[in-house]
Ligand binder design. Structure first.
Ligand SMILES: *Cc1c(COP(=O)(O)O)cnc(C)c1O
Length: 390
């Protein structure tokens, strides 16, 4: 039987070709170093694991949780926002628990997008913004993120007739894949834009705590008026090394949070309560783990940036996220360069076009493997790449 149009028409998986090559190389016993996937390699803090084990033994946690999450977890999120950002949130009306923020990012389009509606989506960007839009029957209008604009979308370039039809605008700072950061000024512009076109802003803050050199990211919700136009997604995944646990949240404008909760109550039954208790331990317990995470990624970032610059690149050190976004040398497309690096050096990098057309000409490096392996990857590149030009 033919599959439904909504999944038949999903964009082709761009990494399929390179994944086949990776598999073949591994089968031949090649020692592959992956700088591809961004998934924290450090363990979840012990006190969080202990809380899970304790709560897993409590039969009260063995039944269905509520789809919007325990009030105690939402309260912990509210306290975390007050402590870190000075943002006040009502845990009952302004926070919904998610099965990782990816789940909410995918479902928010189901709340607002009818067939023919438009969402504004960054390019390059986290693929789920576009996929969620398409699954809801909508269309993405891609906002280019270019180096000259500091990888911020230029809102003045969005045609008025597109903005009038737009329902949601996705933004993401600190940014995946570019590592760019945004300040209050940009967020203020976004709030004004959203007000004048009556659209909802969805800020993805997955990397809010992964910051370097003393830089501190702002929450979108710190911007005056932000809570009237939008929501922010975040999760315990990146700050607390908990990607496998599947626990996140959305917070902000109350009617949007309610709508997301309503969709969820019809689709899923929320997050295992023992995991929510563990999440409370992460958000409210000792926070030194954040310092450690920042220190480790910052050291790896420096090795990567200094290593590539010694081969001819001119990269700046990103202030946040665990990615380095770099141009491919002259004469290569992103995919060709990624394949060449795999063939010659056994190193996996992510071709930038996997994140959108404006990612063409770039590649992404993830800092989620040990510094010893990163050093080895760079040494292999140095020996195999020859002289690179841009
Ligand atoms: C990792 C990531 C997420 C999702 O993480 P969850 O584990 O689902 O909370 C969301 N947005 C971006 C940009 C990410 O890189």
């Amino acid at each position: 039987m033919q599959e439904a149009r909504r999944i038949r028409e999903l964009p082709p998986y761009l990494f399929a070709r390179i994944e086949k090559k990776i598999e073949a190389a591994r089968e031949q016993g090649v020692d592959i170093i992956s700088l591809g996937i961004g998934d924290p390699d450090m363990p979840t803090p012990d006190h969080v694991i202990e809380k899970l084990v304790e709560e897993a033994r409590n039969p009260e946690n063995h039944q269905y949780p509520t789809s919007v999450g325990m009030l105690a977890f939402r309260q912990a999120v509210a306290d975390w926002y007050r402590n870190l950002y000075g943002v006040e949130l009502d845990p009952r009306r302004e926070i919904v628990t998610l099965i990782g923020s990816k789940e909410g990012i995918a479902h928010i389009s189901f709340c607002y997008v009818d067939p023919g509606d438009i969402n504004l989506v960054p390019d390059p960007g986290y693929p789920v913004y576009n996929i969620g839009t398409l699954l809801a029957g909508g269309e993405s209008y891609f906002m280019p993120l270019t180096k000259v604009n500091g990888f911020l979308p230029n809102l003045a370039d969005i045609p008025a007739e597109v903005a009038r039809r737009a329902k949601l605008m996705f933004i993401n700072y600190p940014n995946n894949p570019t590592g760019a950061v945004a300040g209050r000024e940009f967020f203020q512009e976004v709030v004004e834009f959203a007000k004048s076109y009556d659209l909802i802003v969805c800020h993805d803050a997955a990397y809010s705590e992964i910051t370097y050199d003393g830089y501190k990211a702002e929450s979108f919700l710190q911007t005056p008026g932000a809570k009237e136009v939008g929501i922010e997604f975040n999760s315990v995944s990146k700050p607390y090394n908990m990607t496998g646990w599947r626990l996140g949240w959305a917070c902000g404008r109350a009617d949007v949070i309610e709508a997301l909760g309503r969709i969820k109550s019809n689709i899923d039954s929320g997050v295992f309560q023992a995991v929510q208790y563990a999440g409370i331990a992460a958000l409210t317990g000792p926070q030194q783990c954040l310092e450690e995470v920042r220190r480790v990624y910052q050291e790896r970032r420096d090795i990567v940036v200094e290593g590539f610059n010694s081969m001819g690149w001119q990269l700046e050190k990103p202030k946040a996220s665990f990615y380095v976004w770099a141009p491919v040398p002259k004469g290569f497309t992103s995919a060709e360069f990624a394949e060449m690096v795999l063939d010659k050096a056994g190193v996996i990098i992510t071709p930038g076009n996997g994140y959108g057309n404006y990612g063409e000409g770039y590649f992404r490096i993830a800092l989620t493997i040990s510094k010893e392996r990163i050093r080895e990857a760079i040494e292999r590149l140095r020996q195999n790449l020859g002289k690179v030009e841009f």
